[in-house]
Design a protein around this ligand. Sequence first.
Ligand SMILES: [Zn+2]
Length: 81
Amino acid sequence: MKNEGVVRAIDNLGRVVIPKEMRKRCRIEVGDPVEFRTEGGQIIISRAAHICVFCGNDKATERLLGQPVCSACKIKARTEV
Ligand SMILES: [Zn+2]
């Protein structure tokens, strides 16, 4: 799939569907936090690597099964397995 040529309409609430193939290529799964930022008049969407997938805080400095997690959640996940 090329990086260009996919056109989607934004609905009246400002939502737009990110094409499945682009999500797959960027390893963005359902429920993953994403980060929006603007750069040169464009909107950039990326996986929020610093957001903990469990508690949602912005201090995810570690990985658990490839997902960003904070140290408290990583310890908690290890003790609950
Ligand atoms: Zn956490």
